[in-house]
Design a binder for this molecule. Sequence first.
Ligand code: FAD
Length: 228
Amino acid sequence: MTEIHQTDICVIGAGPAGLFAVFQLGLVDLRCHVIEALDRPGGQLTALYPDKPIYDMPGFRVIDGQPLADRLMDQISPFETRFHWGRQAISIARAEPQEGLPLGGWQVGMKDGGAVLSKVAVMATGGGILGYGRTQAAPPGTDTFFQTDSGLIPTDTGAFQTATSGIFAIGDGCVYPGKLKLILSAFHEAALMAQAAFAICHPQKRLKSQYTTSSSELQRRLGVRGAD
Ligand SMILES: Cc1cc2nc3c(=O)[nH]c(=O)nc-3n(C[C@H](O)[C@H](O)[C@H](O)COP(=O)(O)OP(=O)(O)OC[C@H]3O[C@@H](n4cnc5c(N)ncnc54)[C@H](O)[C@@H]3O)c2cc1C
C-alpha cells in the first residue's frame, strides 16, 4: 500500500535551510515532515565540506561543517519531526480539503512511491549543487509548481513565498534581488517563512511576538526544564 503521511508542514531538503526551518516552525508549534534525498542531514555542510572551517557563522569564530549540522539537528530534537531519509521529492500537487486538512494544502510525492500531505510546503532544496533540486510539475489540471530555467525559485522577500500561495522556498534554491547564498541568509529566510506559514495554518489566530529568553510558552515547547 502506498504510504500517505499527513502533517502541518512538508519541508523538502535537510540542509541548513531545511533544518533551521524545522526549528522556527517548531517554535510556532507547527509539526514537520522532512523529505531528504540523501541518507543524512546537513546538505552541503556534510556532503561537501564536513571538515572544512566556516568562519562567518554568527556566534562562532570558527565551526566545521559536520559539527554545525550536528548542532542544527540537536536544536530541533525537542520537536516531533518525521524524517524521510533517502527519499526524493518529485512532485507537488494541490491536495483537496479533507479530514485533518480542512483548508486543503499540498501533496508532495516521493520517488518510489508515497507522499506527504501538508498545509504548507517548503522547498529547501539547495541550488542543485548536490544533484537534486528539480521538482517536477504535477499532472495537468492541478496546481503545479515551477522553477526558472536556472533551477532557482523566485520568492518575495517578506515571507519567501513563491508565486504559488502556500509554497515557500528558502536557502540556496530561492532567488530574489540581493540574494546571498550563505547559511545566515537561509536562517533569516526560515524565520520569516515560519511566521507566514503559521498564518496559513491558523488563519483565525494572531501570532504573538515572543522571545525565547522570556517566554515560558516557547521554553515549554523547547523542553526547557522549569519552564512552567
Ligand atoms: C565548499 C563550500 C564552502 C562553503 N562555505 C560557506 C561558508 O563559509 N559560509 C556560508 O555561509 N556558506 C558557505 N557555503 C554555502 C552553504 O553551504 C550553502 O549556502 C548552504 O548549504 C545552503 O543551504 P540549503 O539548505 O539551502 O541547501 P543545501 O545545503 O544544498 O541542502 C539542500 C538539501 O536538499 C536536498 N534535496 C534537494 N532536492 C531534493 C528533493 N527533490 N527531494 C529531497 N531532497 C532534496 C539535498 O539532498 C540537500 O541535502 C559553502 C558552500 C560550499 C560548496
